[in-house]
Design a protein around this ligand. Sequence first.
Ligand SMILES: Nc1nc2c(ncn2[C@@H]2O[C@H](COP(=O)(O)OP(=O)(O)OP(=O)(O)O)[C@@H](O)[C@H]2O)c(=O)[nH]1
Ligand SMILES: [Mg+2]
Length: 227
Amino acid sequence: MKIIQVGASITASNDRDADLIRAKMKKEKTLLVNLMSAPGSGKTTFLSRLIKDMPDLKIGVMEADIESAVDAERIEALGAKAIQVHTSGMCHMDAGMTGTALKAIADGEHLDLIFLENVGNLICPAEYDTGAGLNIMILSVPEGDDKPLKYPLMFLKSDALIVSKIDALPYFTFDLDACRRRADDLNPGMPVFPVSAKKGDGMAAFEDWLRSKLAAWTADEGEADHA
Ligand SMILES: Nc1nc2c(ncn2[C@@H]2O[C@H](COP(=O)(O)OP(=O)(O)OP(=O)(O)O)[C@@H](O)[C@H]2O)c(=O)[nH]1
Ligand SMILES: [Mg+2]
């Protein structure tokens, strides 16, 4: 298991570094997906299900945490390429840190998708552009449907919202329609995918959407503009 240590980026412009990463990934036809959520919302479980469901795609995962390698070990056990990134106590990944991690996961083999499982936290990860081509947020049912009201930035910055652990809906007061409405007020038109990574419900709809995004990302210039 490769474990790397990254520290806060010292370059002046995070946004410029992020744009450079996006351009490089686009050229290499690899879609970098930044996965953001609170701790324990089900990121690693969701990624594990995706890896099992999409064996035709080459998938790499960069697990960012303050400590431990348990998440990267879970992914590696599935046969996917995984590295563990330790953030030197930082509660988010920035573009410089992501660039270092991308160098560590690269070994010459082409990957279709690289997921960055960002540090579990609903605040800081939304403040830094990592250079990802897609930003996806997970909100789990036990966290409550009021989170778009309390943590608007992450909902604003995301290209899709996954509502996870829907198998737990009978046990919690979570109004899916209210959650959709609140997310849509912040980010009109953002797709919302209710899923249970544990049972598999809703995964196919998300996987179809992800494949369409991957096709658009890897299409030749011009074609992609219309995808
Ligand atoms: N009921 C239910 N539990 C789930 C589901 N997905 C994940 N869990 C549980 O939620 C807990 C946390 O799951 P993880 O996948 O480790 O969550 P995470 O977001 O990766 O956690 P951190 O990396 O620590 O932030 C575990 O006990 C999982 O079994 C789901 O779809 N349904
Ligand atoms: Mg995890």
